[in-house]
Design a protein around this ligand. Structure first.
Ligand SMILES: [Zn+2]
Length: 213
């Protein structure tokens, strides 16, 4: 949790009450510890903070899930995507084998004097270059395959989190840790939440549980 104004982390402080339970406040210590008037200052009671973050999180998760495929459809799509990758990989493996056979054939031709020394090495280098390209492509396809697996794991987890949040309306430390990267509060007590599931999903070749995959 950070102060949106100065960027420093917020301090959690207990305020004792004679009647009733103690209350907790989050506040920015910059003005008192670093320099006076160097921050607009942030102060927020913990109960208000938790209620607001829970509401934000519920909304974000339901939006994310609203855009997402139901799990059973996702699993079917997962299988299709994996089959496609497997086909592409096996085609490249076969192609690699073919090039290897061609290299062996070249050597035969070279020994029998059908190819000159120069022709032999030139053709061999060509085939070897194709094999390197193919093996790079296979590696990339394997990575896509792994990304598909972790996508399903993330989507399952997200659905579980959304369920537990909407059922219990309780923000657990585990949920916060898994879903939230950073929280900023400004001097008007606006809360800005950076979600892990969003930053994690951005810029990946394999999209998360969304319909437009
Ligand atoms: Zn501050």
């Amino acid at each position: 949790m950070f102060c949106a104004d100065c960027g420093r982390s917020l301090h959690r402080q207990r305020a004792e009450r004679k009647k009733g339970p103690d209350v907790y406040w989050f506040h920015c210590l910059t003005n008192s510890r670093v320099a006076k008037d160097s921050c607009k200052g942030v102060m927020m009671q913990e109960t208000e903070f938790i209620a607001t973050v829970t509401a934000i999180l519920e909304k974000e998760l339901s939006v994310a899930l609203g855009m997402s495929l139901p799990l059973f459809q996702l699993e079917a799509k997962q299988k299709k995507d994996k089959d496609r990758l497997k086909t592409q990989m096996s085609a490249r493996r076969q192609e690699t084998e073919k090039k290897r056979r061609l290299i062996r054939g070249l050597y035969e031709n070279f020994v029998q004097g059908i190819l000159t020394n120069e022709e032999y090495f030139e053709l061999k280098a060509d085939y070897e270059e194709s094999i390197r390209t193919l093996s790079g492509e296979i590696e990339a396809l394997e990575k896509d395959m792994d990304a598909l697996d972790s996508r399903l794991v993330r989507c399952r987890a997200m659905e579980k989190d959304a369920k537990s949040l909407t059922q219990d309306h309780a923000l657990t430390a585990e949920l916060i840790d898994r879903l939230i990267e950073r929280i900023e509060i400004d001097h008007e007590r606006n809360i800005h939440v950076t979600f892990r599931f969003k930053s994690e999903f951005q810029g990946k070749a394999v999209e998360p549980c969304t319909k437009n995959m």
